[in-house]
Design a protein around this ligand. Sequence first.
Ligand code: FMN
Length: 180
Amino acid sequence: MEPGNVLYIVVCAAGAAGDVGRLVTLAQDDGWAVQIVATPPALDFIDVPALERQTGRPVRSQYRKPYEPRPPRADVIIVAPATYNTINKFAQGIADTYALGLLAEAPGLGIPVVVLPFVNTAFASRDPFRRSVETLRAEGIPVLLGPGRFEPHPPGAGGEILEAYPWALALREIEQHRPR
Ligand SMILES: Cc1cc2nc3c(=O)[nH]c(=O)nc-3n(C[C@H](O)[C@H](O)[C@H](O)COP(=O)(O)O)c2cc1C
């Protein structure tokens, strides 16, 4: 992985996670080298061997052992699909998984992060969630939620909107932060 073009995709346990290979394809077409980082529950939603073949890299969901070599540093990070749980924890600064640990440090390290939620209207209407979105935006982290971006779906209807999930939007947003 050449420094300067390393894209980490943090995948959370939401309906769209099974399609994250679509984002990998789009990113690779744009010249990114992709590292998939899954939250622990997301491992049940994704096809790990298929993603490892596609990226040529192990899917990571745990911190390395102290004696293992450091993986290539992320130049940019996309969180997609981003769950209610991970968005709230990221905004609160919680770092109790490898994925959240990466996100907790990224802003302080100057690594751009873009968040593409996948939440239903019940999650999206909660005050804690709205505050988290505001908190992240106030830190300069784009959360692609709202008209023309990701629109929350009615509870139970996530499966019906998978085709419309705007993976490419996250890629366009992060492209602005590509090191030149
Ligand atoms: C089948 C299924 C679908 C789910 N879909 C979503 C979803 O679309 N959005 C969401 O925020 N949570 C969804 N959840 C709940 C999350 O998986 C759960 O909150 C989990 O703890 C999130 O963990 P993570 O944020 O570490 O990935 C779903 C759970 C299941 C079992």
